[in-house]
Structure formats: structure tokens, C-alpha cells
Design a protein around this ligand. Structure first.
Ligand code: PGA
Length: 248
């Protein structure tokens, strides 16, 4: 199972910036990297990124997708449309969407199911707020999110990103010991619920990962990758993080 290192650009980069970044990334990575790489541009740049990445070892991802196939959903983009563009991964339930756009556990579950229906691998984001962690409720919250999103089973490949909300974009990552403990809890939960299939799920850590601390997380036994925001906006920085995942 190759680790999966993901660049979540969020609301950044024009077409020109997208092209410059991807061309540079393709220049610096080897033909057969020891880790799987995926880039999540804005919707506006997805088609262009898809063209540039075709036939390369870097996969195309989308930051969001609507579960309905088509219809009257102004401003939305469906999983069906994403699949048509060659999108291989989609982020579901990112805490920014849960918080800013009020996405419920049920809606996140619908996205995960729709992603599978169109052959896209969901990256399901879970994580507690600082208040919840301080109250000793971190696992309870994450378990609720997992339970809700996967209530109808595991019907395709899955990646789970453990992203404590307070670590996202703050420059203050989780303590590696806490990330490891959470990843272990997630793994045990997956095994209890889905048996052998639970072993195939990759668990990422996300939240203020940077080249300087990547090894602390990517070297942990239960962590098979990272979901990187800010530090993924520069191709050199993203590749340095990915390299930390490829080290034995
Ligand atoms: P960050 O974002 O690396 O900037 O903390 C991570 C994420 O939101 O996925």
C-alpha cells in the first residue's frame, strides 16, 4: 500500500499558476515515485490540470462534489461531471465545508456513496475541534463522523484523513502521539466494522503538515499519507513532504 500524499490547494491559483506549478512538479518528481501523489486544484483549473497530468504519476483530485448526478443545483459540480474529467479522488467532509457551508454528516455520507458510484475514491475528512479535544471527546466525535459517513458500508476504495480542526491552517499540528492514537482507533474501528476490507483503507494525517514536520507524521506506523493545505501550494515544498512518506 503506497502512501497517498495530497495537495489541497483550496481557493488558490489561476490557470497560469496551475500550469506553472504542475510543470515544475513533473520536472522534480521521479518517473515512478515511491508515494502516490494527488493534486486538488480549484474547479476552474480542473480541466487544464487533467490535461497536463494525463499519463503522469500525479493523480487529479477535486475538492468537493455534489452527490446528485445532475439537476437544479446552481453553482454545484456533480461527481458524474468530475468522473467525466478524469478525477480520481474527491475530498468529502472537509471541516471547512462542514463549518462554513453547514454540511451535515448525512450529506457527507451521500457524497461518499456518490463518489463510489462514479468510480472516484473519496477522501473522507474527520476530526475534532479544540473544545471537543479538551473535553476528552475527540474519539467520540470522530467515531460519530465515521459511523455516519460509512453507515451503508464500504463499497469502494477509501482514504480517511484525520484532520483535527484546530490544526488546520494554524501552523500548530497535532502531537504525533495523538495522531497515532487516533489513527489506531480509526483502524480498529474499520477492522471491527468491515473486517479484512478495513485493512485496505489508507489513513492520512492533515493539519499544518510542512516539510519540517512531515517525517514525524509520515513515519508513524498507522499513517499512510498526508492531506496538505498551505505547504502544498509550492511544488518543491509539496514534493519534500511527499518524500518524507517514501522513506522506510
Ligand atoms: P493545512 O490544511 O495544511 O494548511 O493545515 C490542511 C487541510 O485543510 O487539508
Amino acid at each position: 500500500m503506497k502512501p497517498l500524499v495530497a495537495a489541497n490547494w483550496k481557493m488558490h491559483k489561476t490557470l497560469k499558476e496551475t500550469e506553472d506549478y504542475l510543470r515544475r512538479l513533473l520536472e522534480i518528481i521521479p518517473v515512478d515515485p515511491p508515494v502516490e501523489l494527488v493534486v486538488f486544484p480549484s474547479f476552474t483549473a480542473l480541466a487544464l490540470a487533467g490535461k497536463i497530468l494525463e499519463g503522469t504519476p500525479v493523480a487529479l483530485g477535486a475538492q468537493n462534489g455534489h452527490p446528485q448526478r445532475e439537476g437544479a443545483f446552481t453553482g454545484e459540480v456533480s461527481m458524474h461531471q468530475l468522473a467525466d474529467l478524469g478525477v480520481r479522488y474527491v475530498i468529502c467532509g472537509h471541516s471547512e465545508r462542514r463549518k462554513i457551508f453547514g454540511e451535515s454528516d448525512e450529506f457527507v455520507a451521500a457524497k461518499v456513496r456518490a463518489a463510489w458510484a462514479y468510480g472516484i475514491t473519496p477522501i473522507l475528512c474527520v476530526g475534532e475541534t479544540l473544545e471537543e479535544r479538551r473535553a476528552g471527546r475527540a474519539w467520540e466525535v470522530v467515531e460519530r463522523q465515521l459511523f455516519a459517513a460509512l453507515s451503508e458500508g464500504l463499497s469502494g476504495p477509501l482514504v480517511i484523513a484525520y484532520e483535527p480542526v484546530w490544526a488546520i491552517g494554524t501552523g500548530v499540528p497535532a502531537h504525533p502521539k495523538d495522531a497515532q492514537e487516533m489513527a489506531q482507533n480509526i483502524r480498529s474501528w474499520l477492522l471491527r466494522r468491515f473486517g479484512e476490507k478495513g485493512k485496505e483503507v489508507r489513513i492520512q494525517y492533515g493539519g499544518s503538515v510542512k516539510p519540517e514536520n512531515a517525517r514525524e507524521f509520515l513515519g508513524l506506523p498507522e499513517i499512510q499519507g498526508a492531506l496538505v493545505g498551505g505547504a502544498s501550494l509550492d511544488p518543491e515544498s509539496f514534493w519534500r513532504i511527499a518524500q518524507a512518506a517514501g522513506l522506510e
